[in-house]
Design a protein around this ligand. Structure first.
Ligand code: NAD
Length: 364
C-alpha cells in the first residue's frame, strides 16, 4: 500500500530521533511491500528560523495532504534561546497548539507500558507490578473543557476574582468516547471512564453519554471511576487498567502520573487524532536541548510513536506489532541508550539504537 507521511524534524534532539524512526519505517516498508512518501514540514523553532513564524499556512496545508504526521519535539532552552524573547504567540510551543487546533486533533493517546527489562526504573514495588507488569493507554479529550472555556479575572466589590469555565457538550464527549472504545477493541477490551461525577455536572454528562456509547460495544467491559480514586489506583494497582477515557484536565494530570510510573521518559510515545484516521504522532518528552547534536538521545519513544501511527492512522496492525516486538527484543538483548543504561547492559548511541531495531525487523 502507499501512504504519504509528513515528517516534522523539529528542534533539539528532534532531527536525530526522527531520522531513526524513519529508518524503522523504511525497514517496515521494505519488509511488507509498502511505499511511504515522505514530506518534510516546518514547525516550532526551525520554522521561526526559516520563516519568522512557529507555524505557517504552508505547513498546515501540506499536513492536510498527508495520511499522518510524525514529529520529533519542538522548543529550545527557555533561558538561552532567542525564540523565547519573542512574544508568547510567536514562540515554538504556539506552533504546536496551532497545528493541533488547525487539524482538529481532539483525541490524545498516551500509552504507559512497563518493559520487563526496565523494571528497575519503575518506582513501584515488585509486588505491585507483579510478573506481567502493566500496559495501559490514556485517551484524553484535547480541545474542550477547562483549558478552552471562557475565563476572566475581575474585581468584584474590591476582591480580585478569577473564573474558568468547564464546558462539554454531548457531541464532544461522544466522539472521544467512540475513539476510546475503538482503541479498546484493538487492545484488551476494557474502558474505564474517569470523572468527578459526585460533584460536577459536566462529569455526569460524561457518564451518561459514555454509557450510551458503551452499548454499541458489547464486547468491551465498561466501568466508571472517580478521578481521585484513579490517581490512587495508578500507583496502587495499574494492572487493572486497559483504556482510561477522560476529559482534558484530568487527562493532563493522569497521563503525566502514568508516565512517571513507567520510570523512563525516553520510551513513551503519544498520538493526537482527529475525526478521520489522521493523526500527529510524537514522543511524550521534549526536545532535550541539553543533549542535542550528541547522538546520545533515546529514539525509542519516537520509534514507538511511529508504531502507533502504523496502527491507528495507516491501519497496519501487524507491522505495528512487529516494530513493538523489535523494541522489546533490543531491550532483551541488552542494548541501552545512556538514559536507560544500567551495569551489565550495552550502551549504544541514538543511531546505534535505531540500527539495532532496524536490523531485528529485517531479520525476521
Ligand atoms: P525534556 O523532556 O526535553 O527533557 C527533560 C530531561 O529528559 C532532560 O534532561 C533531557 O536530556 C532528558 N530527555 C528527554 N528526552 C530524552 C530522550 N529521548 N533521550 C534521553 N534523554 C531525554 O523537557 P524540558 O527540558 O523541560 O524541555 C525542553 C524543551 O522541550 C522546552 O522547550 C519544552 O518547551 C519543549 N517540550 C516540547 C514538547 C513537545 O514538543 N511536545 C513536550 C515537552 C517539552
Amino acid at each position: 500500500m502507499e501512504f504519504k507521511i509528513g515528517l516534522i524534524h523539529g528542534d533539539g534532539i528532534g532531527p536525530e530521533i526522527v531520522n531513526e524512526a524513519q529508518k524503522v519505517l523504511d525497514a517496515v516498508a521494505g519488509k511488507y511491500h509498502h511505499t511511504f512518501h515522505y514530506t518534510n514540514l516546518l514547525l516550532g523553532g526551525a520554522s521561526i528560523d526559516a520563516t519568522g513564524l512557529p507555524l505557517t499556512e504552508e505547513t498546515v496545508a501540506e499536513a492536510r495532504t498527508c495520511d499522518a504526521v510524525l514529529m520529533g519535539s519542538i522548543g529550545g532552552d527557555a533561558k538561552t534561546s532567542p525564540w523565547y524573547r519573542l512574544e508568547p504567540s510567536k514562540r515554538p510551543e504556539a506552533g504546536l497548539l496551532g497545528i493541533r487546533k488547525a487539524l482538529g486533533l481532539f483525541a490524545n493517546l498516551r500509552p504507559a507500558y512497563l518493559y520487563n527489562e526496565l523494571r528497575d526504573a519503575c518506582p513501584l514495588k515488585d509486588e505491585i507490578i507483579g510478573d506481567e507488569g502493566f500496559n495501559l493507554i490514556i485517551v484524553r479529550e484535547l480541545t474542550g473543557g477547562l483549558y478552552f472555556g471562557a475565563r476572566e479575572t475581575k474585581n468584584i466589590d474590591g476582591v480580585e476574582t478569577a473564573v474558568d469555565t468547564l464546558s462539554y457538550n454531548e457531541n464532544e464527549i461522544r466522539r472521544i468516547a467512540k475513539r476510546a472504545f475503538e482503541i479498546a477493541m484493538k487492545r484488551n477490551k476494557k474502558v474505564t471512564e474517569v470523572d468527578k461525577a459526585n460533584v460536577l455536572d459536566s462529569s455526569r454528562l460524561w457518564r451518561k453519554v459514555t454509557a450510551e456509547v458503551a452499548k454499541e460495544y458489547p464486547e468491551v467491559t465498561y466501568e466508571n471511576m472517580l478521578v481521585d480514586n484513579c490517581a490512587m489506583q495508578l500507583v496502587r494497582d495499574p494492572k487493572q487498567f486497559d483504556v482510561i477515557l477522560t476529559e482534558n484536565m484530568f487527562g493532563d494530570i493522569l497521563s503525566d502520573e502514568a508516565s512517571m510510573v513507567t520510570g523512563s521518559i525516553g520510551m513513551l510515545s503519544s498520538a493526537s487524532l482527529n475525526e478521520t484516521s489522521f493523526g500527529l504522532y510524537e514522543p511524550s518528552h521534549g526536545s532535550a536541548p541539553d543533549i542535542a547534536g550528541k547522538n546520545i538521545a533515546n529514539p525509542i519513544a519516537t520509534i514507538l510513536s511511529a508504531a502507533m501511527m502504523l496502527r491507528y492512522s495507516l491501519n497496519l496492525d501487524e507491522e505495528a506489532d512487529d516494530v513493538e516486538s523489535a523494541v522489546e527484543r533490543v531491550l532483551a538483548d541488552g542494548y541501552r541508550t545512556g538514559d536507560i543504561y544500567s551495569e551489565g547492559t550495552t550502551k549504544v548511541t541514538c543511531s546505534g539504537m535505531g540500527d539495532a531495531i532496524t536490523a531485528i525487523l529485517k531479520e525476521a
